[in-house]
Design a protein around this ligand. Structure first.
Ligand code: ZN
Length: 341
């Protein structure tokens, strides 16, 4: 069935048309207009509405390149339904290579936002009202936080619609992760919109593998939703679907030597890293894996201090943390940040 025109941020996009919009989000310190550039692709045929967002954290750049390649690959005449792509959500953070807004607010804790709130709240409000609301699904592209890297993985809420989309995406891991209040994914779910949060690579870098996995994943999801005809072959291996993970932390400070790589499967008793004194001499400490798991994230720093998060390990099977488990309060995005500040 032929689709009709759609309207985003007051702009009408006809079937078979792509329009690039830049609705006003707020004003900068200098009084300049702060806009939220986005591409709206309205297919000829009727179908679902899907959004793709990137750089909600302004130092997480892989998704920007993923969006650029996606937009070059999608022909509006070959789409059923509509696709809204926002390559840079945190337009101010990207200017400075910063995860946060200039006032240190985390945009991904600022949803659904408001008309009269902080800059983060205003950008979040615009994205919520014009892009998230009314969509059938969304894909939000991230990388690990500062000085860390993530193995390509999709994080989803406990939502039966999200799991098949996440496995179709084809990243090596699917994590059913707790929803963070004020995150894009949490607010979208409140509006009944399932969102896949993709994590891959490290900040301030283009990671070719993480970008490729993301682009192929988005195309597979669009094909599964019958929005495009052609998609890459399914991933070679079924993703591992995991419900629990925890950060393993250094007990001693010093020079870090990792004995495993991101993506590795680790067995109970396997040495994971060694911390040595900068003065040389004997090994200070060796941390062993306590249980079986998969390394889904790791520090990229060569030195560690006590308590620093070194490896993010996903745990298969029943590992739901108890209520008084301190790891429950960890922010998996940024485990060295104190939550709520
Ligand atoms: Zn992020």
């Amino acid at each position: 069935m032929t689709g009709g025109p759609i309207s985003v941020a007051g702009v009408v996009v006809e079937p078979g048309e792509r329009r690039d919009l830049a609705p006003l989000a707020s004003e900068s310190y200098t009084g300049d207009r702060t806009t939220l550039p986005m591409a709206v692709i309205n297919g000829i045929e009727d179908g679902p509405r899907v959004f793709v967002t990137a750089a909600v954290h302004g130092d997480e750049l892989n998704g920007i390149e993923t969006c650029r390649r996606l937009l070059d690959a999608v022909d509006p005449l070959g789409v059923a339904g509509s696709l809204v792509v926002v390559p840079i959500v945190n337009v101010l953070g990207v200017q400075f290579g910063s995860r946060y807004l200039p006032d240190r607010r985390d945009l991904n804790r600022s949803f659904p936002g408001s008309h009269s709130g902080s800059m983060a709240a205003r950008i979040a409000r615009l994205l919520t009202e014009e892009v998230i609301t009314g969509s059938d699904a969304g894909i939000d592209l991230h990388t690990a936080a500062n000085h860390r890297t993530n193995v390509p993985q999709v994080r989803i809420a406990e939502d039966p619609r999200a799991l098949p989309l996440a496995t179709t995406f084809g990243a090596p891991f699917v994590m059913r992760a707790k929803l963070r209040p004020g995150s894009l994914r949490a607010v979208a779910l409140e509006q009944d919109v399932p969102v896949l949060t993709y994590e891959g690579g490290q900040p301030l870098r283009f990671d070719a593998d993480a970008i490729d996995v993301a682009l192929r994943g988005i195309q597979r999801v669009l094909a599964r939703m019958e929005m495009i005809d052609h998609a890459p072959e399914p991933a070679a291996a079924e993703p591992m679907v995991l419900d629990a993970s925890r950060w393993l932390r250094a007990a001693r400070g010093g020079v870090l030597e990792l004995h495993v790589e991101p993506g590795d499967r680790v067995q109970a008793g396997q040495p994971l890293w060694t911390t040595s004194s900068p003065m040389g001499g004997a090994e200070r400490a060796s941390i062993d894996a306590e249980e079986e798991g998969y390394v889904i994230g790791a520090t990229t720093l060569p030195l560690v201090q006590p308590g620093q998060a070194v490896l993010h390990v996903a745990l298969p099977g029943e590992h739901l943390p108890s209520e008084d488990d301190p790891t429950e309060e960890e922010d998996e995005d940024d485990p060295d940040m104190t939550e709520g500040t």
